[in-house]
Design a protein around this ligand. Structure first.
Ligand code: HMG
Ligand code: MG
Length: 309
């Protein structure tokens, strides 16, 4: 019988999106102090790459309108890189003013979702990024990218894999160092993930591929395992399972960081993250947003021996 886990990497990089993907989707606006508490706790747990906020239009996403103030008040702890979403030139200018070392551009492979999320066609987004990605690079800013709705769109259904992979290749050609293939509404299943990652590996190097999985239907970890098997070493996650896209109905929580780290460390893959401190960060996030978060490990805790009654 073939060894299911023969090809696993030794170490995995976790990219934390809760301060952006999580807080953009909260019904209320989380106060700046609460955002700072969450980010400090994430860094204390060992997360080195944190998407701290978003330089999108405050009219579209008022929850993150304080992006400039947040970054001005919160210098990144040693060894931690902050990033933020940038949708256009104005966003890039705001990121430069905040001296961010890294940004993330984003578009969808579904025309309908891209229009609802960014008011542009897919081609118009690609043309825009062909301008701003090299500009950012000249400013010394690294650029990551997202391709949304790769596993399916709430308005268009299944999306051709070739289309998503073609967009990812173009983003890398423009100068993005990594593309997060995104299951925006959490509909992906493992066989589909294998097809998508294999197709992406035909066009991109493995370190240029990340998986950004929403756990809406409980399939995110199964999809992570398929990614690991194919050599993927970059995964996005969000503390407690916070998250969702305000322009994709039904896009509830991201894969919870605690669930991802529990799985990875339990399988002997290094993340550099302390699970106990991560669970503390989840408790802080829950306190800040004022509702019970859905993450499984967040709710169950780490694996500990108990005294028998
Ligand atoms: P638009 O209305 O077409 O833009 O929005 P515009 O250029 O016509 O500008 C309209 C107004 O917005 C102007 O102000 C601009 O100055 C202002 P006014 O003159 O009316 O006072 N504006 C800005 N202000 C601050 N910063 C900016 C900016 N840009 C324009 N950067 C736009 C187009 C792309 C800006 C808008 O659609 C937008 O901000 N969309 C972002 C929506 C969003 O953030 N969605 C969630 C993130 S994506 C996601 O969650 C998916 C992901 O997690 C992966 C996955 O799971 O799939 C990444
Ligand atoms: Mg997302």
């Amino acid at each position: 019988m073939p060894d299911l886990f023969a090809a696993l990497p030794d170490a995995v990089s976790v990219y934390e999106v809760s301060p952006r993907d999580g807080l953009q989707n909260e019904p209320g606006i989380v106060p700046l102090e609460g955002k700072k508490r969450i980010i400090r706790a994430l860094a204390a747990a060992g997360l080195k790459r944190i998407e701290a906020t978003s330089f999108v239009s405050p009219k579209w996403v008022p929850q993150l309108a304080d992006a400039g103030d947040l970054l001005a008040q919160l210098p990144p702890p040693d060894g931690v890189t902050f990033s933020a979403l940038v949708p256009n030139e104005k966003g890039l200018e705001r990121a430069r003013e905040s001296t961010l070392p890294e940004i993330a551009v984003f578009l969808s492979s579904s025309e309908t979702h891209n229009r609802l999320n960014t008011n542009k066609s897919v081609d118009a987004s690609l043309d825009l990024f062909a301008g701003i990605v090299p500009q950012a690079r000249e400013m010394g800013i690294r650029v990551r990218a997202y391709v949304s709705t790769v596993w399916g769109c709430p308005y268009e259904g299944p999306i051709a894999i070739d289309k998503s992979v073609g967009i990812a290749r173009r983003l890398v050609e423009m100068g993005c160092y990594q593309v997060a293939l995104s299951d925006t509404i959490g509909v992906g299943t493992p066989k589909q993930t294998k097809e998508i990652v294999q197709a992406a590996l035909g066009e991109l190097a493995v370190e240029q591929i990340a998986l950004h999985l929403h756990d809406t239907r409980g399939t995110a970890l199964a999809n992570v395992l398929v990614g690991l098997e194919l050599g993927v070493r970059n995964f996005d996650a969000s503390i407690g399972g916070l998250g969702g896209c305000p322009y994709a109905p039904g896009a509830s929580g991201n894969l919870a960081t605690e669930d991802l780290v529990f799985l990875l460390e339990g399988m002997g893959l290094q993340t550099g993250i302390d699970l106990d401190k991560l669970i503390e960060a989840g408790a802080i996030a829950e306190q800040v947003v004022g509702r019970i978060l859905p993450g499984k490990v967040h709710q169950a805790g780490a694996f500990r021996l108990r005294k028998a009654p």
